[in-house]
Design a protein around this ligand. Structure first.
Ligand code: NAD
Ligand code: ZN
Length: 342
């Protein structure tokens, strides 16, 4: 089969022919219809320090996908050939304390599809049956293909009660924009999103995020005055991984505010911990989705009218993958969805 492979320990990905994976007894084999490019895939393309330390070479990468089940393992009995599915890309051990308590998202032994084992930039993908999520017919393929990052946004945004709250989202990348839209749909009062990239801010505005702020041009004190806020933000969703954004967020939270951190900083950085202490902030780290409650809520949000299609700015055939990666690397892109069907 065709697959995008990290074939060499240097920048780039290469289209190669590799064997179709063979499903074990509890696995399913999925024919991939569409897969989307994640920021993680860009790290792997660029071959940065994280990628060098994490990705075995050679390796088929990619983890955002939708496809159709074409084969089930001998002991995989829950789903049938022909079903349209996506799937959870975190594969958990099932035997650690958290897994056995039903908290798989907290598994210490999580392995990532397209990171620690072969991924979805391929004609066929093999994952455990337990990771499969059937997609209802009314959800388009291209939207199902971005459910993995949508799940990051939903998990982060729904970490705290949002009804009537003033919410600050730092970072208007695809996940930040989706987080802001979820907050608005869930009943937040005012939602402010910040970024320094004009393309991303324009995209956020087009998709209907209430208050869109260019962080390097307007301070949050001015924004708060402009939109009638007198105290501070109740909920913060950190979606940039940028230290200045994180420091601003802590500074402009109200006392007792709640902060969920999804963005990943390139390295450790300082914040004013005394502000966290004296404001009595709650801080929660987020990794992936809360299996599988997040998937349930994602499907429910889309079914009840949350439209994500405008976030997809590039729809390309798989052979044009280099164009898709170039768009992602430039920053002037929302989601890039690659079609595996001719
Ligand atoms: P992205 O890189 O597309 O978006 C980040 C955005 O932050 C960019 O638009 C960038 O311009 C903006 N930004 C940079 N400096 C800023 C500043 N000072 N103030 C405000 N915005 C600023 O990433 P994404 O795909 O939307 O993901 C969001 C973040 O979440 C990334 O850091 C990513 O690595 C991380 N992530 C974490 C998990 C997890 O499980 N924790 C999963 C996926 C992604
Ligand atoms: Zn576990």
């Amino acid at each position: 089969m065709k697959a995008l492979v990290k074939a060499r320990a240097e920048p780039g990905l290469w289209m190669e022919r590799v064997p179709v994976p063979e499903p074990g007894p509890t696995d399913v084999l999925i024919k991939v219809k569409k897969s989307a490019i994640c920021g993680t895939d860009v790290h792997i393309w660029k071959w940065d320090d994280w990628a060098k330390a994490t990705i075995p070479v050679p390796m088929v990468v990619g983890h955002e996908f939708v496809g159709e089940i074409v084969e089930t393992g001998t002991a995989a009995t829950k789903y049938t050939v022909g079903m349209r599915v996506s799937g959870e890309g975190h594969i958990v051990c099932g035997i650690c304390r958290n897994c056995r308590a039903g908290r798989g998202h907290l598994c210490r032994n999580t392995r990532g599809v397209g990171v620690n084992r072969p991924g979805s930039f391929a004609e066929y993908l093999c994952i455990p049956e337990a990771n499969v999520v059937p997609i209802p017919p009314e959800i388009p393929d291209e939207v199902a293909a971005i459910f993995d990052p949508f799940g990051n946004a939903v998990h982060t945004a729904l970490s705290f009660d949002l009804v009537g709250e003033d919410v600050l989202v730092t970072g208007a990348g695809p996940i930040g924009i989706m987080g802001a839209l979820v907050a608005q749909k869930a009943g937040a009062q005012r939602v402010v999103i910040t970024d320094i990239n004009q393309y991303r801010l324009d995209l956020a505005r087009r998709l209907g995020v209430q208050h869109v702020v260019k962080a390097d041009e307007e301070g949050l004190d001015s924004v708060m005055a402009r939109i009638g806020m007198t105290e501070g933000f109740d909920v913060g969703l950190e979606m940039s991984g940028a230290p200045p954004a994180m420091r601003d967020m802590i500074h402009y939270m109200n006392n007792g505010g709640k902060v969920a951190l999804l963005g990943i900083a390139p390295q450790g950085f300082a914040v004013d911990w005394n502000e966290v202490i004296f404001k009595m902030l709650h801080i929660k780290g987020i990794y992936g989705r809360e299996m599988f409650e997040t998937w349930y809520k994602m499907i429910a949000l889309v079914r009840s009218g949350l439209d994500l299609s405008g976030l997809i700015t590039h729809r390309i055939g798989i052979d044009d993958y280099a164009t898709g990666f170039a768009a992602m690397i430039s920053g002037d892109a929302g989601k890039v969805v690659m079609d595996w069907e001719p």
